[in-house]
Design a protein around this ligand. Structure first.
Ligand code: ATP
Ligand code: MG
Length: 439
């Protein structure tokens, strides 16, 4: 195996077509079109990243990314259906209906020292701030994160270029960072989240050297822009392996930097029930994804924040003498503001999420028209799902949960009976008989 920490081999191992399992039949037709047109234009063109990895694993790639020595403007010129995006690093997006093929020009490799001489690395943190430098294939490889993500499928002869031992690691189902792990995490702390994500998604083991620095560097996540972390949240928790992602993030000490209040609430666990509450929600989410149902970050943020919000609300009732509802409203708004310091939750999600939390006490009342109106609340479904999970926490009894489950299946008349609503007979209005003509 190649020791990437010491010697960086200049020459790749080239795996010819007969010795690997990637077939063009499994590559998107549009990606092939782009690869061939680049090649015919005289450029190098490779399929890279997750698609090569997933094809080798027999998985269906989410998207197909391409790397080339053509400059973005040159790619733009080859494809009418393309546009250039990105300021930090310019890429071409080639669009075919709903499918977008991302074409990136090889990036230049700069070692730490060169980089800081060019003031492109923040001196104290080592984080790469600007890197708009094009390079060669050989340089591009070393900028990638994991060996399994650094395999290049060459459209010129259908071979795979492996500079980092990625083939071995894919076969051994190992996630291994390229280069010196600590330095790679300092350059971009999101790589720690990516380690958790790929291990969860692919069922790979994280190499011990790749795992070791994470707990000690986890606090670098605090410096990542909250909007970028919202993107990462989606990739970790809305792609069908949320439960495994959560377990990796917890074990690696990363969760407390994404959801500090939730991690503190979980640390104060009683008999693992709190963890059970969060994990059931994540499991439900994974099941929804598995059958193609939509999932919204609004609900999972609600689950993550429910514990801290209800705890804060209890404290506010005790200290400020607020009513239960007032306290929940105040606590939700405080915790959303705190959470937003870490991960930006767009308002279109945080507004409904707060409602879902705030209406929880309404499930305690089963009589009257206000109780009945809860059924037609626009976020009833999410609020009901959260209420059902709260059974695990011992906050809702089985009887209440079963009643709200049943009542949704009843006819309108049966529902009125359940809610104890008697239709008030409208008093008949006597139509005064005209007295014209009468004596
Ligand atoms: P997925 O299947 O989830 O899309 P992916 O491996 O394609 O996984 P992307 O985030 O789409 O992941 O990135 C594409 C490729 O770009 C990666 O495989 C990796 O080679 C490289 N890459 C992405 N983000 C980073 C990063 N933060 N540091 C280094 N390389 C990265
Ligand atoms: Mg990808």
């Amino acid at each position: 195996m190649i020791d990437t920490q010491k010697s960086l081999p200049a020459a790749p191992q080239i795996i010819p077509r007969p010795e690997h399992s990637i077939s063009r039949a499994n590559i998107s037709r549009n990606a092939l079109k782009v690869l061939y047109r680049l090649k015919d234009g005289g450029y190098q063109a490779f399929l890279v990243g997750g698609s090569v990895r997933d094809l080798l694993l027999g998985r269906h790639p989410k998207d197909f990314d391409i790397a080339t020595d053509a400059r973005p403007e040159e790619v733009r010129a080859l494809f009418n259906n393309s546009r250039l995006i990105g300021r930090r690093f310019r890429l071409a997006h080639v669009r075919f209906g709903r499918e977008v093929i991302e074409v990136a020009t090889f990036r230049g490799g700069q070692d730490q020292q060169q980089a800081s001489e060019h003031h492109q690395v923040a001196k104290t943190t080592g984080r790469v701030l600007r890197d708009n430098v094009y390079g060669t294939l050989e340089e591009d490889v070393w900028r990638r994160d994991f060996t399994a993500n650094a395999l290049y499928y060459n459209i010129a002869d259908f071979s795979i270029y492996d500079f980092t031992g990625g083939m071995d690691d894919v076969r051994g189902r190992r996630l291994r960072l390229i280069g010196a792990p600590e330095q790679r995490y300092r350059e971009d702390p999101v790589r720690m989240l990516r380690a958790a994500r790929f291990a969860a998604k692919l069922g790979f083991d994280i190499d011990p050297d790749t795992t070791a620095p994470i707990p000690g560097l986890a606090n670098l996540i605090d410096g990542v822009p909250p909007a970028r972390l919202f993107d990462e949240f989606g990739k970790l928790f809305q792609a069908g392996f949320a439960l495994e992602s959560f377990r990796y993030l917890s074990r690696l000490g990363l969760l407390e930097h994404l959801f500090p209040s939730t991690a503190a609430w979980l640390a104060d666990d009683r008999g693992e029930t709190r963890r059970g509450f969060v994990e059931s929600a994540l499991q439900n989410t994974d099941q929804r994804v598995a059958v193609g149902k939509p999932v919204t970050p609004m609900f999972l943020f609600g689950v993550f924040l429910w514990g801290p919000v209800s705890e804060r609300a209890d404290a506010l009732v005790a200290s400020d003498g607020l009513t239960e509802v007032q306290a929940l409203v105040a606590a939700a708004s405080q915790l959303v503001a705190e959470q937003n310091q870490r991960i930006t939750l767009p308002k279109r999600f945080s507004y409904p999420m707060r409602e879902v939390l705030q209406i929880q006490p309404r499930f305690e009342r089963r009589r009257g028209s206000r109780a009945q109106n809860l059924l037609s609340h626009r976020h009833f479904r999410a609020a009901y799902d959260l209420m059902m999970l709260r059974v695990v926490l011992g906050e809702v009894d089985d009887d209440t949960a079963a009643w709200w489950t049943k009542v949704q299946t009843l006819t309108a008349a049966e529902q009125r009976r359940e809610f104890g609503i008697h239709r008030r007979r409208k008093p008949r209005r006597r139509v005064p008989t005209p007295s014209i003509g009468s004596p």
